[in-house]
Every structure is written in C-alpha cells, then in structure tokens.
Design a protein around this ligand. Sequence first.
Ligand code: ZN
Ligand code: ZN
Length: 211
Amino acid sequence: MKANLAQLLAQASADHSHLCPRQVLGVRIGLAGAAVLGLEAPRRDKRLLVILETDGCFADGVEAATGCAAGHRTLRIEDYGKIAATFVDVQTEDALRVAPRLDVRQRAYAYAPDETRHYFAQLRAYRVMPDEELLTIQPVQLAQPVAEIVSRPGVRVNCASCGEEIINEREVIADGQALCRSCAHGGYYASTILLPAPLVEAQYAWASLDT
Ligand SMILES: [Zn+2]
Ligand SMILES: [Zn+2]
C-alpha cells in the first residue's frame, strides 16, 4: 500500500506547487471509502460515486485515489466547506461517509514526534496513521435515490421560462411546466440585462488582450 500511496500523492500534487495535508487526507479518505465498500480504486468505470463536501486540495486527493471526476459524472460537490466525502456503490446503493476524526490534529503529533511545525507534522503523520486513528467511517442513507442523483444523461428539456436547455433531468416541474432551477427557485446569479452577442465578443477580446 505504501508505494501505491506515494504514487497517488505524487499524482494529486502534480498540478500544484505543493503537497499539503489536505491532499494527503483526500487520498487516504478516497482509498478508505472505496476499500470499505469493497471496490477497487482508482477505477475507470462509473460504479463508484463520490460526493465531496468541499473543493480544493482535498478534492485533488480524492480524485487521484478513486479515479472519480466531475467529467466522468462520478464526482459531485455539495459544498458544506467540510473535509469529508460520501462514497456510494451505485450497484448496491451502499453509502459510507468518511471524515477525519475530530481530534486528528492532536493525534498526528504522536506520528511525527520530532516535528514541531503543525503543518509538517500533519503532512507526515497523515501518510502513516492507521485508518482507525485517522478517520471516522459511518454508513449513511442518502436523502435522494441514487438513480436521481446520478440521473439519466442525454435527457433534454427546454425551460418554460428562460428557454434554455436543461440536461440530465435537472428540471423542476411547477404547475405542470418544466423550469430550470434558476427560474424555479432563484439561482446563484441575478441579471436583468441580456447583452447582445457582438458586445459579449468584444468583452472577450478585451479580456484576452489583458492576459
Ligand atoms: Zn494544498
Ligand atoms: Zn429557466
């Protein structure tokens, strides 16, 4: 497992200038989640679905360990700002949530006794701590059926309000009409102005001159 861990850590940090404790936790949590479900990892198929509770360095570690990725539709983010992830076997619908133990930072010092700098103590310790010292693993029930979370790719419908196409069954039905989530509930953006296309292109030209 050690060589495997080193390879995965190298892969997780390949696009970064650093290897940090959160990437190590991501790799360890990814390996543990797949192993407890009895699934080999990293994998190329869609049997394992990972739901992350934050983005950033932790996500890089989990991706390297599991092979799951947003582009494969095998990884999604529910952004709670927490270092934790749920691993779902989409065949059996078994789901496990894996997180660091609450006192993991204190426990780390025992595994790097001669390191006084917190960051480097964690970086070293998280590589070698046994799973039971490092992690909590809890079986969970998902709030939505797995089939709904995964959804059927290729399904398309147009929003009855804005007219934009909605894919992957993400529409909301209200009064018998299919709406996008933004029109149905309000979204993450607000705009009352629709720029004409030539103006948008001009802005992109400016942006690319700057960089
Ligand atoms: Zn980092
Ligand atoms: Zn809409």
